[in-house]
Design a protein around this ligand. Structure first.
Ligand code: ADP
Length: 397
């Protein structure tokens, strides 16, 4: 069976058509600049990249163009839409109702709309993507796979904030956690690499991309994660501040005259590595600047490593030990310097990286020293494949 995986953003639509027998992507594409003008790129193994500029007034147009590209005689990979057995949609927020992926029906759509207030930037385009897809494939089963679902196993003591309980009860303010699909995928691969049952393992997964989060996974279940009510909490990130004293927000507003909107912009888009370095949010730029002796660039790296180290220590403590540490996503997979910077000094926890084995980028590798008590892995994440597998699993139930 082929499963179409859709990840719909406000002006873009990422897609992959995955063959579930071979687990290979037949086509990987991106429709972008939706509502502006429109651009499509589609990659197929062994062929030249297909690039087009069709007009995309809205997501309905984009969806139609994506489906046409998939069945196109010259550039496509299937003969007709009948060869798409199901669609898996990435949905950012599943609230408290969904601890698993779910077959989409009217009731699910109603609940996703209720979750919009929890993820005002992300859920609306996800919903629009589902609606657009349904329009062209009304009889194809569709599954929603949530970023939050994997973390729904967190105990109350991990997901509650120290604020009045009614704000949780009435207004659903709590830790939800994100990147769940990625944390679940890489922890599963790590257990396979260790030839162990995930139910017997204590794993810390570090998803380090532009956005980043760290998760504690005990016996296959997420027991804590660094992102919270929104993806702003936790480690410092490319442009996001991560943790800070919440009183800074009121100080910015009351003493420095920021509006709420400006604070939002500051903490989400102008902070983190970009804000500290004053150079860039991209790790390659920061490393290059640090190598040339730029103090602020080096400082931003030091703060980054430090903020992740603290989570590793905390999650070691709450799980009562650690069997495996995983690095994934753009930085975690590629920037071995970052893996080394984070692991440095953690020998006391049994975490010892092998500086020779670690010199790899973008491949699955065990990078721990032979005498490291904790196994350390770099594992390329594959959220699309995970979404496709979840979709298949829901259909087979
Ligand atoms: P997103 O959260 O947008 O999906 P990614 O997972 O693509 O982010 O990660 C982007 C980050 O990965 C950037 O900071 C980039 O510098 C870093 N990165 C990608 N490739 C490399 C590389 N070869 N070496 C170092 N850093 C890299």
């Amino acid at each position: 069976m082929n499963i179409l995986v859709i990840n719909c953003g406000s002006s873009s639509l990422k897609y992959q058509l995955i063959n579930m027998e071979s687990k290979q992507a037949l086509a990987v594409g991106l429709a972008e600049r939706i509502g502006i003008d429109g651009a499509l790129t589609q990659k197929v193994e062994g062929r030249e990249k297909y690039v087009a500029s069709p007009v995309m007034k809205n997501h309905d147009d984009a969806m139609k163009i994506v489906l046409e590209a998939l069945i196109d005689k010259e550039h496509g990979v299937i003969k007709s839409m009948d060869e798409i057995g199901a669609v898996g949609h990435r949905v950012v927020h599943g609230g408290e109702r969904y601890s698993n992926s779910v077959l989409i029906d009217d009731d699910v759509m109603k609940y996703l709309n209720e979750c919009v207030k929890l993820a005002p930037l992300h859920n609306p385009p996800n919903i629009i993507g589902i609606k657009a897809c349904k329009q062209f494939m009304p009889n194809t089963p569709m599954v929603a796979v949530f970023d939050t679902a994997f973390h729904q196993t967190m105990p109350e003591k991990a997901f509650l904030y120290g604020i009045p309980y009614e704000l949780y009860q009435k207004d659903h303010i709590r830790r939800y956690g994100f990147h769940g699909t990625s944390h679940k995928y890489v922890s599963k691969i790590a257990a396979e690499c260790m030839h162990k049952n995930i139910k017997d393992l204590k794993i810390i997964t570090c998803h380090l991309g532009n956005g980043g989060s760290v998760s504690a996974i005990k016996n296959g279940k997420s027991v804590d994660t660094s992102m919270g009510f929104t993806p702003l909490e936790g480690i410092i990130m490319g442009t996001r501040s991560g943790n800070l004293d919440p009183a800074i927000v009121t100080y910015l507003i009351e003493e420095l005259g920021y509006t709420a909107e400006e604070v939002n912009e500051l903490l989400n888009k102008k902070s983190g590595i970009l804000g500290l370095s004053g150079i860039s949010s991209d790790f390659r730029d920061i490393r290059a600047a640090a190598a040339e002796g730029n103090h602020q660039a080096q400082l931003s790296l030091d703060v980054y490593y430090y903020s992740i180290k603290k989570y590793i220590g905390a999650y070691f403590a709450i799980m009562g030990g650690l069997d495996c540490l995983v690095f994934t996503a753009g930085i975690g997979e590629n920037a071995y310097e970052t893996r080394e910077g984070i692991c440095e000094g953690l020998e006391c926890l049994g975490i010892k990286i092998d500086l020779v084995k670690d010199k790899v980028r973008g491949v699955l590798a065990e990078v721990s020293a032979d005498d490291s008590k904790v196994k350390i892995f770099a594992i390329p994440t594959n959220e699309e494949l995970m979404i496709a597998e979840e979709t298949l699993e829901i259909l087979s139930k």
